[in-house]
Every structure is written in C-alpha cells, then in structure tokens.
Design a protein around this ligand. Structure first.
Ligand SMILES: Nc1ncnc2c1ncn2[C@@H]1O[C@H](COP(=O)(O)OP(=O)(O)OP(=O)(O)O)[C@@H](O)[C@H]1O
Ligand SMILES: [Mg+2]
Length: 433
C-alpha cells in the first residue's frame, strides 16, 4: 500500500490535486501561496489572510478516495458517495469546532472555518518552526534531553486537554508536532474526518488509518477500541523516536510476537540512556505497552510521574534578555522622574496656600498613573509563574474541572491466527517521509 502522506513538492504537478498558487478562497479573504502536503484526507496549504495581512495555514477537506477536482470545486467521484462525502465534510467542520474550543499554548490555534468550493476549509495559525520528524532527521539539530523532557511535559498538558474534551487526536507522531521558534511544541493535525471516512464508508469499511511505528495495535483492526491510552501509545512512540533516533517497531508485529509468546521486538528505553532519569524512560515504556490495560491511562498520570522532583529536568535560570534590561532601565528612569514631579507638586508651596483652603491628606490623593503602571510592569517582570494566557485573547484560562476518564475496556489477547485475520483487511497506511 502506498504511503499516504506525500509532500507536494515531491509529486509531479499533474498528480497533485492541490489548488494552484494564487487561488483565492472565501471571496478575496485568503490567497493560496503553495501546498504543503496531501495527507489523503486533506490538503494543507500555506496561505495569506489578505485582510489581516498575515500568513496562515489552510486545510482543505479532500478525501481523495471520494472526490476529484473540477476547476477549484471539489466534486464527488460517484453520486452514490454523495451522502457519505457530505458526512465527512460535516465531520471535518465539527472536529474543527472542537479544536477551536481548546485554547492551549501547545495546540494549534484555529483562526476560522468556512465552506467554499463545495468542501470545507480550516484556517490555522501558522507556526513558525519545524516538525519533530524534520528535526530528528537533521543531524545538525539535536534536541537535548532537557529540551525533550520539557517538550513532553508541555505536550502531555495539551493531550490532557484534548482528552478532557472527550476527543482523541488519533494521529500523534513526530510530523504532527511542530517546534515553534521559541522551542515550544505545538500539536497539529487532529484526525478531522478520518474517523468518519473509515467508519461510515462502505467502500472503505475495512480501511483503517494507521501510521506504522506510532499507531497502537488496536488501530489495526476494525472495531478496535480507541481510547485515551491509544493517543498515549502514539505519544510514547513519538518520544521513543526522539530518544533513540528511530521509530519503534510496528505495533502489529509486536502484537503478533506477543500472541506467539515471543520476545517483544521493541526494546524498552529503561536502562539504555543514562542522560535521562529512569522514571522518565520507564513512563514512556509503560505508555507503549502492547495491551491497553497495561499502559498509562491518562496524560495526567504520566505527567505526574515525570514532573516529580527527581524526574524534572534541572531548571536553568533564564538569562535576562538585554531588551528587558533596557526596558526596565527606561521604566525606572521614567518612574523616578515622574515621582520627583509628583512629590514636587504635592508639596505646599510657600505663600501659595491660603489658610482657608482645606488641608489635603497626601495619602488620600489619588495615586498617579505610574503607580498602576509600575505595579503592572514589575508584576510582569518578577512573576515567577505567570498565569496561563490564551494565545488569542488576554483572558486568563479558567481552571479546568477534571472530567472522569472514560473507562478502558481491556483488549482480549488475540491468537496469532485471529490477528492475521483482522489484519487481512485493507489498511490505509500513512507513511512518514
Ligand atoms: N499550523 C501550521 N503551521 C505551520 N506548518 C504547518 C501547520 N500545519 C501543518 N503544517 C505543515 O504541513 C504539514 C502537513 O500538515 P498536516 O499534518 O496538518 O497534514 P497531513 O498530515 O498532510 O494531512 P492529514 O490531515 O490528511 O493527516 C505538517 O507536517 C507541517 O510541516
Ligand atoms: Mg500530518
């Protein structure tokens, strides 16, 4: 089966069904600059928001098995698929709305969604950075253990929010986590429409969406129960790749070996990498257990293990940036001069106060503007742990009330023949380039 995710630049142009550069969407609101990739269910473009004059990323719902391009329009390949195609478009919009609700610094921000060309579009904040797959392949850019740990802690917080919203990502992998220019990880590419495509479509009823090395074994057979720990398996596999330099073995193979009582082909991390705390490595191994019931069950549970004092990366005090020093100095100079003026003005000047004028208690004089500014500025500079602030608004996030984690039904151990039977269905493999 051909790898589904292909970088557009590697495709001959006649094979690419992407909209050409310069195409406008939603009237003249957005202009396509160039396609980034075609994942089989959607085409991702770099685009320009002409009104806000900023760069964005647009995902077009394009389940290529059912549709074809006619000009800019997306048409169903056959009339019999019309309803299913519409269901996928609606699912895409629904998932987009769900992602939009999750405001988190480590989840890509949704800018807007709209319908055009008889399909749906999702406009995302453009993350200035590289995906983890690019980084891990690049021998000139290695991530330190401290960076890897910090990234995992942040992504776990993001994944926890996804699960608290009763959603699953379903496609966590190194190419779906971007590291922005500040080195902070951002989760992208939620499984919009994929679930619908594999569940609802008769033509594809046996097609399952998997990414070898990252997808847990329950993704390989129809009816496999997907739960929070399925995402955690994929997250574990992603960090396994970052630490070892290669993706772990396919979970389907692991499952077959397990069922045949053979050794697990996936070598655990624990005990192999001295630069990481044993608890940190053991937690990844546990997230990647073959049977769902043996895995870590929630992102919070995982996070609690690795953020204990022993497992936490040694914090390095951030050096004060020169720009901050300059700002602080300027602010202090201004405050001193404003204070002097305030004091000068509030002192009674000889001969100028008439005895009949009421004496003003200086403490009741309303504080000048600088007091507020000073408080605001010094609080920002000194605050050791700023409240989490949404990227799109300045409102502080409301504390999230923990929701019960859906109960995990342990998978029965499958016999090798049963597994082979399950696997004999068609599997839609999403390769990594
Ligand atoms: N918000 C973004 N900012 C910057 N680059 C992005 C963004 N979203 C996607 N990309 C880039 O485009 C690539 C493909 O995007 P994405 O992962 O969303 O789609 P896909 O995997 O091709 O498709 P599918 O939705 O079918 O899985 C990413 O690996 C990343 O390099
Ligand atoms: Mg992707």
């Amino acid at each position: 089966m051909a790898a589904a995710t292909e970088k557009i630049k590697d495709l001959p142009s006649e094979q690419s069904e992407a909209l050409p550069s310069g195409t406008t969407l939603l009237g003249d609101q957005f202009t396509i600059e160039r396609p980034l990739s075609n994942g089989g269910f959607g085409i991702t473009y770099l685009a320009q928001d002409n009104y806000l004059e900023r760069s964005v990323v647009i995902k077009e719902c394009y389940p290529e098995v059912f549709c074809r391009r006619d000009g800019n329009r997306v048409l169903v390949r056959s009339h019999s698929n019309h309803e299913k195609y519409r269901a996928i478009v609606e699912m895409f919009m629904r998932e987009a709305r769900s992602i939009a609700k999750m405001r988190h610094p480590n989840i890509v921000g949704v800018h807007r969604i709209f319908e055009d060309n008889e399909t749906a579009y999702l406009v995302l904040d453009r993350i200035d950075g590289r995906d983890l797959l690019d980084i891990v392949k690049d021998k000139d850019q290695t991530l330190t253990p401290a960076q890897i740990k910090a990234a995992l802690i942040k992504i776990l917080d993001a994944v926890d929010l996804v699960h608290q919203n009763d959603l699953l990502h379903r496609d966590i992998s190194p190419d779906n986590i971007l590291l922005d220019k500040w080195g902070s990880p951002v989760l992208i590419d939620f499984g919009a429409a994929r679930e619908e495509a594999s569940r609802e479509t008769r033509a594809l009823s046996a097609v399952l969406v998997v990414k070898d090395g990252y997808s847990p074994q329950e993704f390989y057979f129809a009816g496999g129960k997907q739960s929070a720990c399925s995402d955690l398996y994929a997250l574990g596999a992603t960090f396994y790749h970052l630490i070892t330099g290669s993706a772990p073995p396919n979970s389907q193979t692991r499952m077959s070996e397990f069922a045949s009582n053979n050794a697990d082909p996936c070598e655990p991390l624990a005990g192999r990498f001295d630069e990481y705390e044993p608890e940190f490595l053991a937690a990844i191994d546990k997230a990647m257990r073959i049977l769902p019931k043996d895995r870590l069950q929630s992102a919070r549970e995982w996070s609690a293990i690795i953020t204990t004092e022993t497992a936490r990366p040694v914090p390095t005090p951030a050096p004060m940036k020169p720009a901050n020093n300059e700002n602080l100095e300027k602010t202090l100079t201004r405050l001193v001069s404003e204070t002097n003026e305030y004091v000068r003005n509030s002192q009674p000047r000889e001969g100028k106060i008439k005895s009949s004028e009421p004496v003003v208690n200086p403490s009741r004089v309303s504080a000048p503007k600088w007091v507020e500014e000073f408080n605001a500025e010094t609080t920002t500079v000194r605050s050791p742990k700023p409240a989490r602030v949404d990227r799109k608004s300045t409102e502080t996030s409301k504390p999230r009330r923990p929701k019960p984690i859906p109960e995990i039904v342990p998978e029965p151990i499958q016999s090798p023949s049963k597994i082979r039977a399950f696997i004999s269905g068609r599997i839609f493999r999403r390769g990594l380039n």
